[in-house]
Design a protein around this ligand. Structure first.
Ligand code: KG4
Ligand code: ZN
Length: 334
């Protein structure tokens, strides 16, 4: 069984041809990061226009590289939600046109479900497990009891972790996206500045990162700081919060398996800290390779295949949704 997956929820245009039997046959990804860098963040309208410009040439390239015949496809997978609505509209319309022309069904995927299943591309994880999703738009803890069976446990009340990395990078003049630069600079510094760790002591799985960003702004305004130490201090505060809340979630649920996914799971300090944590507390840890931590179409293809196997397809009039919670999506598309 073969699928073509389409992912355009933010600033990556990504396609993947995936087979249930052979795995990934080919995938292609075009990042718009450089284009948005000069504005210090993603400009939604520009992102949608770039998706429109690039989808067909990318499909052409993918078919040339793989020699794959589109007629072999059994269905089209696509990201339905959440994301920048204009960007989603482009990908969904593209997926619909292909499905119509090829007379194949459409299979909707939730972007966060894609992130969760990015680890399955390297082999399945046993249920139940906890998922810590840390991306540009989300910082959430979920209990996953089966495919499509997601329970929200807690998450950020304000900024997502990736968003804080991007905002802090902007404050310090490090460009966009902030995550990879802060990751690199932090490794050259020491966490010597005192920064807050909001809600860390409280018995809640909710988190908050906007106060941390404000504290960084204050330090920057005072002007007396070394960039590498600032990055190390910020990163250390973020990781303390993520560690504590994840441990609390593991304790509250009694679950002994954890996946950490989403763009920020590419972070080297996060990988180091969570590996140590899993050894110290004796739970199983899975993090996707960095290339699959950030947005990609392989994860959408994998989740699409799981949905299709369960007979879940979308009607022709399906429309993208800007922000459907994962647990709601899991129940309504089952
Ligand atoms: O999952 P993703 O590619 O897109 C969304 O679904 O949001 O995540 C993008 C986020 C950006 O905020 C980016 O700065 C962050 O992931 N990121 C990182 C690293 N690489 C990407 N954050 C920390 N360290 C990294 N190495
Ligand atoms: Zn993402």
């Amino acid at each position: 069984m073969h699928t073509l997956a389409v992912e355009t929820s933010c600033d990556e245009t990504a396609l993947c041809i995936y087979s249930e039997e052979e795995g990934v046959i080919g995938d292609i990804l075009l990042s718009q990061a450089q284009l948005h860098a000069r504005y210090g963040g993603v400009v939604p309208e520009l992102s949608a226009r770039e998706h429109t410009r690039n989808l067909l040439p990318l499909l052409d390239q993918l078919l040339r590289d793989t020699g794959f015949d589109l007629k072999k496809l059994d269905f089209i997978s696509f990201t339905l939600t959440p994301g920048l609505i204009l960007s989603l509209v482009v990908g969904v319309s593209f997926a619909k046109s292909l499905a119509y022309y090829l007379k194949r069904p459409l299979v909707p995927v939730h972007h966060l479900e894609g992130h969760i299943y990015s680890v399955f591309l390297q082999g399945p994880v046993e249920y139940p497990f906890l998922a810590l999703i840390v991306s540009g738009g989300h910082t959430d803890l979920y209990l996953v009891e089966g495919f499509g069976r997601y329970t929200f446990l807690g998450g950020t009340l304000d900024d997502a972790v990736g968003e804080s990395y991007d905002k802090v990078a902007k404050l310090v003049g490090l460009g966009y996206p902030g995550g990879p630069v802060i990751d690199r600079l932090a490794s050259q510094g020491e966490p010597i500045y005192a920064l807050p760790r909001p809600l860390v002591e409280e018995d809640t799985l909710n988190m908050s990162f906007s106060g941390l960003k404000t504290a960084v702004r204050r330090l920057v305004e005072q002007g007396e700081y070394r960039r590498e130490h600032l990055c190390a201090s910020f990163q250390s505060a973020v990781m303390d919060v993520l560690e504590r809340k994840t441990l609390l979630a593991l304790r509250q649920t009694g679950v002994r398996r954890l996946v950490v996914v989403g763009g920020v799971s590419a972070n080297s300090e996060l990988r180091r800290r969570f590996t140590q944590l899993s050894q110290r507390h004796g739970f199983e840890l899975r993090i996707p390779p960095p290339r699959l931590s950030t947005d990609n179409a392989q994860m959408i293809a994998y989740a699409g295949m799981e949905r299709f196997k369960r007979g879940i397809t979308a009607p022709e009039e399906v429309n993208p949704e800007p922000n459907t919670p994962l647990e709601v999506f899991g129940k309504s598309w089952s």
